[in-house]
Design a protein around this ligand. Sequence first.
Ligand code: ZN
Length: 152
Amino acid sequence: MSNDSDTPADLRHVSDEEWRQRLSPAEYSVLRQAGTEHPFTGEYWDEETEGVYACRACGAELFRSQEKFDAQCGWPSFFAPLAEDRVEYIEDSSLGMRRIEVRCANCASHMGHVFQGEGFPTPTDLRYCINSVSLRLEPATSARGNTDSQIS
Ligand SMILES: [Zn+2]
């Protein structure tokens, strides 16, 4: 499980072959091939448990339940990452649209996309639309010594 005294290893140089061994086929197709799971099928789209969502490929903590909101889109949606340096943004013009891809900054695995200005009543007006299969929820109750429980 998570151990926040350890920084996750730098996994940017893991070979494609090794990713195939580390991940299930569904995880591999989303995380390493920028696939998208079908809406309303993932584990977390309607998950409300408090906790931290870590990258399923490398374990880096990327999102929190505090920033998760119900966007009715069928994917877990967040209005902000846990911290800006946890994710990186790549311009994606596949499918004939200009979108911003969100990746894990630690291992460069694909998380989903971020959309702006959709009018959701959130502090940022951003929607990080993230694949469940890219994340692993670490429920708050199992986290060791939560020093900063800042649930408002
Ligand atoms: Zn990662």
